[in-house]
Design a protein around this ligand. Structure first.
Ligand code: FES
Length: 78
């Protein structure tokens, strides 16, 4: 089982409305979105799926320590 790969800062995207699956294992080739790598790498981790209501800038946590996943809460800098 592969350990999760943690980034050091969030990925900021101009998000569009709709259902999104954010990678929480860190192995996706399409970060911050899940590409199924969590299964291929046998991480035992699942993406966080969200329904985005409004378009706008979002900071997606990559350190996976946010208290408000999948969103960055500044935990990476503490
Ligand atoms: S690829 Fe990382 S959670 Fe799916």
């Amino acid at each position: 089982m592969a350990e999760p790969k943690h980034g050091t800062s969030p990925i900021v995207v101009e998000e569009t409305p709709g259902k999104k699956a954010y990678c929480m294992c860190g192995y996706s080739a399409n970060l911050p979105y899940c590409d199924g790598a969590h299964s291929r790498e046998e991480t035992g981790i699942s993406p966080i799926v969200c329904e985005i209501e409004e378009a706008g800038k979002k900071a997606i946590c990559q350190c996976h320590r946010s208290g408000n996943l999948p969103w960055c809460d500044g935990a990476h800098s503490k």
